[in-house]
Write a protein that binds this ligand. Structure first.
Ligand code: HDE
Length: 723
């Protein structure tokens, strides 16, 4: 385990939050009015066995506060986990594009708070449904708060904000019975999708392994929309923002995700919390794709269309700085729950474009806080307030904290000498980018948004074979849960526009045929619009494949923070255990001793070894790899423990690295791994199944390599073992 580091102290946001922290250690208990409490255990009664008295203000205060503890959860992204951190830009190379100081001054360390989330599930739902993940970062800059409110996928389902309530109503539990929780696999979602071809690109990402991340620390982040960077001279460049995790982008497999949600619904939250507590601070590089204004129309898609990405092979991602998450919140509600993000929280040097999805978001995020956080003063909640002072003429409202002194609350005024005054641009005043607009007021969508299929195809073409087959399986699962055949059929028809072979495989899985749709397939247009104006247009894309879209090409090799289960029982060989444990821990991995019972086991030298989890309370889906140390007695006990056999089979099914030392191979031989593959286990099957000896130095090195490879999907080609 990496050594625990002290949380960063004394950055401007930490100091700011400290003003509001409270800790009861060493103090007497009081009411909210500061009165010391003598008895917090018994209410005031008319006699020991008598009725409770209405005058018991201590009881009333306590119960009343309790009755109002809950606030409405977020309409979307209700389930989330967050952490504090810092951002530092590498150099001043972005100066030619932006005047945002936090993006250009390498001497600045900007405090921040990042919240990751699922979208569809309720606040108490599990962490690993098939879903998009929110990736929202609030930078507390010296020029005010800047929020980059993105997702872990680079595109969105819809092109215009006016469809957002429809999309969300379709994916949330169905209104008549509130089923299913945190799942898109149901009629209403796929009904909406089947009638809205613009969803196809994000749907392809949603059906891919990107929708079931291994860890929040191993996800990319994307701002999705095209934004603007504005430099000192007022010149604008288009920009797309990316977050690239230094641990690489990795996922679990679907069968594993289903099981994790039962075994540990807090899987991602726990993983993030524990990594930060142990000092293994997660890191991401901020990347930018910059497009000069003159090149706006040089792409085969519209830069304002949020269902499109700019392939990295066409506009490379420049890595400009690093975010490090280094401190857990002290109180989940006060920080992670009450944080309020808004894509409209800007600083000078960054501005919007006319992406119609972004434009709608600019309204929604403040509006939703009014009911979620109870009024217009949510910016005063400690986690939301900027580190810069706030001076304006806004006043009052529910739960106002600020005591605004002075005789004026309007502008212009003479009584306060005109203060607070407006700031010139040269003083840091924000001035919107002066984009020239000359158009009719219309309810319409641009023809340049009507290519719905070439980027989903690009995404599919760019995936490796196992990734593609996971997409097919995901479609079959999701549509298998749709019980209206006409909806399934419409989705298969749409898929045939993306990729014929994909559509055929999904159709086969569902027992359908691929049919040509007879009617126009886009159903999203106004009552008086000409449907033909909204039908898909065919575009021949410049690129056939974009290798950056496949997780095969992500960063691999590190085993830092990877969880390794050691299966052991009494009599485990002390050397076999300690040599591998030391080797793994020196690379930053986390070893968990799993035994048939809790407490301690005795190793071959008679020493007590602490058991982290009994096999009853643990499962292979919670770890990245498995090692079985030798020791005859231990192996004999494990052989007689059915859950151990299942543990190994399941890890193999999920393509994880497994190593067995000496006689531990005998245990592997009685699993399905041996039966199913029907091969001589003395020989290595793939680089992820290692049957060797701890006395051979290469053994632990090869295991470390195997864990660093993440998964061995080539196993899936041979079929799947029943586990
Ligand atoms: Fe959001 N979104 N969204 N969204 N969104 C919310 O704001 C909304 C969209 C995203 O951890 C809500 O405070 C509309 C795209 C994240 O607190 C709400 C539209 C992207 C989070 C809202 C979108 C996002 C939210 C719910 C279409 C990626 C969680 C609670 C026009 C670029 C932030 C809240 C957190 C949260 C509205 C589309 C990301 C209702 C109307 C596209 C990461 O205001």
């Amino acid at each position: 385990m990496t050594k625990k580091q002290e949380p960063q102290k004394g950055n401007s946001k930490t100091d700011d939050l400290n003003q509001n922290t409270e800790n009861g250690r060493g103090h007497a208990m009081t009411t909210n009015q500061g009165l010391k409490i003598n008895d917090d255990t018994n209410s005031l009664k008319a006699g020991e066995r008598g009725a409770t008295l209405l005058e018991d203000f201590i009881l009333r205060e306590k119960i009343t506060h309790f009755d109002h503890e809950r606030i409405p959860e977020r309409i979307v992204h209700a389930r989330g986990s967050g952490a504090h951190g810092v951002f530092k830009v590498y150099d001043d190379s972005l100066k030619k594009y932006t005047k945002a100081a936090f993006l250009t001054d390498p001497s600045r360390e900007t405090p921040l708070f990042t919240r990751f989330s699922t979208v569809a599930g309720f606040r108490g739902s599990a962490d690993v449904p098939r879903d998009v993940r929110g990736f929202a970062v609030k930078f507390y800059t010296e020029e005010g708060n800047y929020d980059l409110v993105g997702n872990n996928m680079p595109v969105f389902f819809i092109q215009d904000a006016i469809k957002f309530p429809d999309l969300i109503h379709a994916v949330k539990p169905e209104p008549h019975n509130e089923i299913p929780q945190a799942a898109s696999a149901h009629n209403t979602f796929w009904d909406f999708v089947s009638l809205s071809p613009e969803t196809m690109h994000n749907i392809m990402w949603l059906m891919s392994d990107r929708a079931i991340p291994r860890s929040l620390r191993m996800m990319e982040g994307f701002g999705i929309h095209t934004f603007r960077l504005i430099n000192e001279e007022g010149k604008s460049h288009f920009v797309k923002f990316h977050w690239k995790p230094l641990l690489g982008t990795h996922s679990v497999v679907w069968d594993e995700a289903l099981k994790i949600n039962g075994q540990d619904p807090d899987f991602h939250r726990r993983d993030l919390f524990e990594a930060i507590e142990s000092g293994a601070f997660p890191e991401w590089e901020l990347g930018v794709q910059i497009v000069p204004e003159e090149d706006e129309h040089n792409f085969d898609f519209d830069l304002l269309d949020p269902t499109k990405l700019i392939p990295e092979e066409i506009v490379p991602v420049q890595k400009v700085g690093k975010m490090t998450l280094n401190r857990n919140p002290q109180n989940f509600f006060a920080e992670t729950e009450q944080i309020a993000f808004h894509p409209g929280h800007l600083v000078p040097g960054i501005d919007f474009t006319n992406d119609p999805l972004l434009q709608g978001r600019l309204f929604s995020y403040t509006d939703t806080q009014l009911s979620r956080l109870g009024g217009p003063n949510f910016h005063e909640i400690p986690i939301n307030r900027p580190i810069t002072p706030i001076h304006n003429n806004q006043r009052d409202g529910i739960a106002r904290m600020e005591i605004n002194t002075g005789k004026t609350s309007y502008h212009p005024n003479s009584i306060s000498q005109g203060d607070p005054r407006q700031a010139k641009v040269s003083e840091g005043g924000f001035a919107s980018y002066q984009e020239r607009v000359d158009a009719n007021k219309v309810r319409a969508r641009s023809k340049s948004f009507m290519d719905f299929f070439s980027q989903p195809k690009l995404f599919y073409n760019s995936l490796s074979e196992p990734e593609q087959s996971h997409v097919v399986e995901a479609f079959c699962f999701e549509l298998g849960k749709v019980d209206m055949p006409e909806i399934r059929q419409r989705v298969v028809n749409l898929l045939s526009k993306v990729d014929g072979a994909l559509a055929k495989k999904v159709a086969d899985g569902l027992g359908l045929a691929v049919k040509k749709p007879e009617e126009p397939i886009n159903h999203q247009f106004g009552a008086d619009a000409n449907p033909q104006d909204y039908q898909p247009v065919k575009v021949t894309p410049t690129l056939k494949e974009s290798p950056a879209l496949s997780m095969v090409n992500t960063i691999k090799g590190s085993i830092k923070t990877r969880q390794i289960a050691f299966l052991a029982a009494d009599g485990v060989d002390s050397k076999s255990l300690s040599i591998m444990k030391d080797a793994l821990e020196s690379e930053g991995a986390v070893v968990k001793i799993i035994a048939p019972r809790s407490g301690f086991i005795k190793d071959s030298s008679g020493n007590e070894v602490k058991v982290d989890h009994s096999i009853l309370t643990f499962s292979s889906v919670l770890v990245d790899a498995i090692y079985v140390p030798s020791g005859e007695k231990s192996i004999n006990t494990l052989k007689q423990t059915p859950k151990v056999i299942h543990f190994l089979d399941e890890a193999f099914l999920h393509c994880k690295a497994i190593a067995a030392d000496d006689e531990a191979s005998e245990l592997v031989k009685i699993t399905y791994i041996a039966k199913y593959l029907n091969k001589n286990l003395e020989k290595q099957i793939d680089n992820g199944l290692l049957l060797g000896s701890i006395s051979d130095k290469n053994f632990s090195e090869n295991f470390i390599k195997a864990v660093g490879n993440h998964r061995f999907f080539e196993r899936e080609k041979e079929g799947k073992i029943p586990a």
